[in-house]
Design a protein around this ligand. Structure first.
Ligand code: 4G0
Length: 247
């Protein structure tokens, strides 16, 4: 898969992509990240990529022409690539998007700075606008890197068998169960007995219940869009009662 990134700060992408799992996947040529300096498509004495907003107000707005020229050039090489814009006004980026976007052959990430983009860029050049959360950053570069990481995990061969994509948090729409490793007692706190029992069936049902409990306590809204079997529904009812009693 090819990721093209349009940014004023291509240097931001070098070291995060050289480390660890993504570094290895790039060496293995499972994915490629090509960064491009938007200023290469700017014109005029000052090579401006931004300008003051019409109507006045704070901050600068990314000019449309350098972005349009850059996207046209990148699409020559990757005609089927989708153009994704990073902004706090975008659709909240989720695990399902990461999984679906991993099936694309190419993606072009548009990273803005300042007060954002001229609206006509969004209207004519962008296939989707994403936000990684309800906060404002100094630029779209970190969001693009977050998305590249989340998408790349779904490409065959990127993860080792020990951390599979299917078994992780959100794979089934629930939060993950708590994990423990040695020692059996740490700071006076013992590992839950069931995990030492060797009874795989009991371990599996304890973990499922912990997933439901955590999701109920921390992210109850997730339970509305998750497939629960009759066993889950019984557990959930019991957990709701227990929570009520201890309130
Ligand atoms: C576009 C994304 C881009 C508009 C980008 C800012 C947070 C996110 C940027 C703005 C970003 C996110 C209107 C301030 C660059 N910050 N949550 N900053 N405005 O995904």
């Amino acid at each position: 898969m090819i990721f093209d990134v349009l940014t004023l700060f291509p240097g931001m992408f070098s070291s995060p992509l050289q480390e660890s799992i993504l570094g290895r996947a790039i060496k293995q040529e499972i994915l490629q990240v090509r960064t491009h300096n938007l200023r290469d498509w700017a014109e005029g004495k000052h090579l401006s990529t931004d300008d003051a907003p019409y109507g006045g107000g704070d901050g600068m707005v990314m000019k449309p022409e350098p972005i349009a020229r850059a996207i046209a050039d990148l699409k020559q090489k990757s005609p089927r690539a989708k153009v994704l814009m990073m902004s706090p006004q975008g659709v909240p980026f989720r695990q399902q998007h990461a999984c679906a976007l991993a099936a694309e052959s190419g993606l072009i990430f548009l990273c803005g700075r300042y007060a954002g983009f001229d609206e006509r860029v969004r209207q004519t050049l962008v296939d989707a606008e994403f936000s990684i959360g309800d906060f404002v950053l100094t630029g779209g570069e970190l969001p693009a890197m977050v998305m590249i990481d989340a998408i790349s995990r779904h490409l065959p061969g990127v993860l080792g068998s020990s951390d599979s994509v299917e078994n992780d948090s959100f794979g089934d729409g629930l939060l993950e169960y708590p994990q423990y490793t040695r020692p059996a007692v740490f700071g006076g706190m013992a590992v839950p007995e069931v995990l030492l029992s060797g009874d795989h069936g009991k371990v599996a049902s304890w973990r499922r219940e912990q997933q439901l409990l955590r999701t109920l306590q921390r992210r109850p809204e997730l339970l509305e869009s998750v497939a629960l079997d009759p066993e889950d529904k019984k557990s959930l009812e019991r957990l709701r009662q227990q929570i009520k009693l201890t309130e």
